[in-house]
Design a binder for this molecule. Structure first.
Ligand code: HSE
Length: 329
């Protein structure tokens, strides 16, 4: 992972059958409570879709974006998907390639669900598929991070890496970049609830303290190590005990309506652990089974309705596969 060399293994088809592809990439829960910027996992639902086709005209165009309420730019120089894909094309020596992108947003933007990462990963995976590029998907990570940098001013990998690789991911180091795929217990379920309030990642990062006390750091890295150990040991109770964050959550929780009440509700209903998804405002809970996950989703959404906040809820197992081709035509 330290040295990233990209090699295109073949030329793209010139048109007709195989010249278009539809790809899905999953939403992600970054941080997993204690692992700010270094832990994340992918979920099966929601996720974004990209339809990409080879064109005769050189350069990238974006012909359509749906599900974004007009918030995302169609200008390929300003859109995270096209910018990331352009970096990838350059790296494989095909900067002139003609590609058209349709982006279908299937999750709220600025929700803490790795919305931009899902779109970017779907775009990169679509391009790799169209080019029949056999390079390991891991090699797309630096290009996906370019998109993240553009979306929120910081190239963190805890959303893009799980969106790209699936499962739980540890970012062991940013310089040099090293990400490690972690195992997780079979049957682990996740509920994510998005309370419809505005918390832009850029701002959610600005309010965090830059300095931490050594005693707090000791608590935090104990929990991160505990969580990673729990994942390896398939020890769900250890995973739950380790999902504590004393550095970021106390500050960010102020941006989320009734955060601590929601935690109480989730834990009472049997959550393994509960916290903020990425930079929020979405919250998530890990559970041992689907029924508990559905029950928690219902309780959290009922509570949000009670305090007059619209919400969306998603229940799914941890996504182990990352992006997938839905259709090639
Ligand atoms: N680790 C990042 C943060 C993820 O918490 O700001 C953004 O979703």
């Amino acid at each position: 992972m330290n040295n990233i060399n990209i090699n295109a293994t073949s030329t793209p088809p010139s048109g007709g059958r195989g010249a278009s592809v539809r790809v899905f990439a999953p939403a992600t829960v970054a941080n997993v409570v204690c692992g700010f910027d270094v832990l994340g996992f992918a979920v099966n639902e929601p996720g974004d879709e990209v339809v990409m086709r080879l064109t005769d005209k050189p350069g990238i165009t974006i012909s359509k974006i749906t599900g974004d309420d007009g918030r995302l730019p169609l200008d390929p120089a300003k859109n995270t998907v096209s910018v990331s894909v352009q970096h990838y094309l350059q790296s494989i020596g095909r900067p002139e390639l003609g590609l058209d992108i349709e982006l279908h947003k299937k999750m709220p933007i600025g929700s803490g669900l790795g919305s931009s990462s899902a779109s970017t990963v779907a775009g990169l995976f679509a391009a790799k598929t169209l080019l029949d590029d056999e390079t390991d998907v891991m090699q797309l990570l630096p290009f996906a991070m370019k998109g993240e940098e553009m979306a929120c001013g910081h190239g963190h990998a805890d959303n893009v890496a799980p969106a790209l690789l699936g499962g739980f991911i540890l970012v062991r180091s940013y310089d040099p970049l090293e990400v490690i795929r972690l195992p997780h217990p079979e049957g682990l379920y996740c509920t994510v609830v998005f309370p419809d309030v505005d918390v832009p990642t850029r701002e959610a990062r600005q309010i965090i303290r830059n300095k931490v006390l050594l005693k707090d750091a000791v608590t935090q890295w104990g929990n991160i190590a505990g969580l990673v150990s729990g994942l390896f040991m398939q020890d769900i109770d250890l995973i739950g005990r380790s999902m504590q964050d004393i550095l970021v959550e106390p500050v960010r929780s102020m941006l989320i309506p009734d955060f601590y009440r929601m935690r109480e509700l989730a834990m009472e209903a049997g959550a393994v652990g509960f916290g903020i998804s990425g930079s929020g405002p979405s919250v998530f809970a890990l559970t041992k089974d689907e029924t508990t996950a559905r029950n928690i989703t219902q309780k959290l959404q009922q509570h949000l309705t009670h305090i007059k906040i619209y919400s969306q809820g998603y229940v799914s197992p941890v996504n182990a596969a990352g992006p997938r081709v839905l259709e090639r035509f």
